[in-house]
Design a protein around this ligand. Structure first.
Ligand SMILES: [Fe+2]
Ligand SMILES: [Fe+2]
Length: 151
């Protein structure tokens, strides 16, 4: 891979890592705010999603290390929300932003395919993370009662 595009890719992967840091914290924080009769399953689900985001952090960190970069310790912007609906809507919006961002990374990896020796690992891992985020979108839409809206 050309030096320029590797640096560009590392920048994008570090931005992705920062989004994952923010998502993890945001889901756990929001989970603490939810209360009421039907709260338990939603809290459980938000904590499960938070755990997926933590795994994504690990994956992005090792991809960055593999490319010789330094994993970011910064956190992207987090978004407050208060009611169950606000929390679900906010995280749905952020999941969609993550998919759009990771799709750009994926497209760059595909464009650079065959130029380095890590292309298949990068493609596989980023694709897998995007699929997880798409599942999160499905989950949040189900909880919001609007299934399949984002198809
Ligand atoms: Fe994630
Ligand atoms: Fe997610």
């Amino acid at each position: 891979m050309e030096k320029m595009s590797k640096e560009e890719l590392l920048k994008m992967l570090n931005h992705a890592l920062e989004l994952e840091h923010a998502a993890y914290i945001q889901y756990l924080s929001h989970a603490e705010l939810i209360e009421g009769e039907n709260a338990e399953p939603i809290i459980e689900r938000l904590k499960e999603i938070a755990n997926d985001e933590k795994n994504h952090q690990d994956k992005f960190r090792s991809l960055i290390g593999m490319l010789g970069g330094i994993p970011s310790m910064s956190i992207a912007e987090t978004h407050p929300a208060r009611t169950i609906r606000e929390i679900l809507e906010q995280n749905l919006k952020d999941e969609k932003e993550a998919v759009d961002t990771y799709r750009k990374i994926y497209e760059m990896i595909v464009k650079e395919r065959g130029k380095g020796y890590y292309d298949m690992i990068l493609e596989h891992e980023v694709r897998h993370i995007i699929m997880d985020e798409q599942e999160h979108i499905t989950e949040l839409e189900l909880l919001l009662g609007k299934s399949g809206e984002s198809y």
